[in-house]
Design a protein around this ligand. Structure first.
Ligand SMILES: Nc1ncnc2c1ncn2[C@@H]1O[C@H](COP(=O)(O)OP(=O)(O)O)[C@@H](O)[C@H]1O
Ligand SMILES: [Mg+2]
Length: 333
């Protein structure tokens, strides 16, 4: 806690959060529908040795890059998601959910060739029984990618920041990034990338890339334990030109910010209770991008995103943080 206070002035963070309102963030990534099916089990299936789940309720949530949009919105920004959906009920549901939170929907491209990505978790008695995924992870067709780039070129003009949220479902590719990243840089935009590919050269140029520890291990082939080897692995990545900062998310250990040349800053987690860590990475990248376009330095933005992540992991059911919660979190840490 005190460590976060030592890293930057809380009042500066509070003022920046006030400036989040109305900031436009272009989000490129894999849009996913997160579906939850809740039920109970009282018998085993006569046809196979599996439980029969009697469904009580169902709910859907914005997942993957769509959860980044939800986070941007709940922090007061205006999300402009750019991604593909299928010509199916789930695609229409996504569009509807975006509308209902006040997100833009003009960047959605309907791809007739692929289904909308949907992850269904079946939960009985507070326990996940199984998960089913429906998705097509093949790369976008040339025609669809051209449509996406057309929309990007329009949207970048009015955007404050660009977030790339790669969930390895086929939307983010080397060829897409080759178009999008140089254009974003030329337009002077902040670019934050949540990576999945092991070749980090594709993520350049960027303002901040936010891998977790295992993504860095895979990218560099260097095993990391605690802070051992971390700086060495990061150095290998930062040798690539064009990536200004690496913000390594370290789960229960918080995060570490590395910049070209400067020494790393370790930021300990501020989480008091941990209930649900899914989506914490989405909260990190959303807060980070909004911080960077609201006058904060990379370090201040990282500290703020760490506070936001510390709040979100303590929540069940929602995967985003409001400006009020964040302001309170700043004052309490
Ligand atoms: N178990 C945990 N305890 C406390 N904080 C956590 C925990 N898991 C995640 N966090 C917070 O959320 C941030 C992102 O989580 P992490 O798991 O590192 O990212 P990702 O979801 O991308 O793998 C961390 O930097 C930390 O601030
Ligand atoms: Mg991540």
């Amino acid at each position: 806690m005190a460590a976060n206070r030592r890293l930057c002035d809380p009042e500066v963070l509070v003022q920046a959060v006030r400036r989040f309102a109305g900031k436009r963030v272009l989000i490129l990534g894999d849009l996913i529908v997160d579906r939850f099916v809740w039920g109970s089990v009282s018998r085993i299936c006569p046809e196979a040795p599996v439980p029969v789940v009697e469904i009580k309720t169902e709910s859907t949530r914005l997942g993957g890059a769509a959860n980044v949009a939800a986070n941007i919105r709940s922090l007061g920004g205006i999300p402009v998601p750019l991604g593909v959906i299928g010509d199916d009920p789930e695609g229409r549901r996504l569009r509807e959910m975006f509308r209902s939170i006040g997100s833009k929907v003009g960047g959605l491209v309907v791809d007739n060739e692929r289904p909308t990505s949907i992850k269904t978790r079946i939960i009985a008695h507070h326990q996940q029984v199984c998960r089913t995924d429906r998705e097509d992870r093949s790369p976008l067709s040339g025609a669809v990618q051209m449509q996406v780039i057309g929309k990007f070129k329009k949207a970048i003009k009015t955007a404050d920041a660009v977030v790339i949220s790669d969930y390895a479902k086929g939307f983010i590719s080397r060829s897409l990034l080759k178009q999008v990243l140089p254009k974003s840089k030329a337009a002077g935009k902040v670019v934050c990338i949540d990576p999945k590919m092991i070749d980090f050269a594709v993520y350049s140029p960027a303002t901040v890339v936010t891998p977790n520890v295992s993504e860095i291990e895979q990218a560099t082939g260097i095993p990391i334990s605690g802070t051992r080897n971390l700086a060495r692995a990061v150095k290998k990545i930062l040798r690539l030109p064009g990536i200004e900062h690496l913000l390594v998310t370290r789960g229960e250990q918080g995060m570490a910010l590395f910049g070209n040349g400067s020494r790393p800053t370790y930021i300990p987690t501020v989480a008091r209770e941990v209930f649900d860590v899914t989506g914490a990475g989405d909260t990190v990248i959303s807060t980070l991008a909004l911080g960077l376009v609201s006058g904060l330095s990379a370090l201040e933005s990282a500290v703020l995103s760490n506070i936001a992540a510390g709040i979100v992991v303590g929540k069940l059911g929602t995967a985003s943080v409001s400006t009020d919660e964040l302001t309170e979190g700043i004052r309490n840490t």
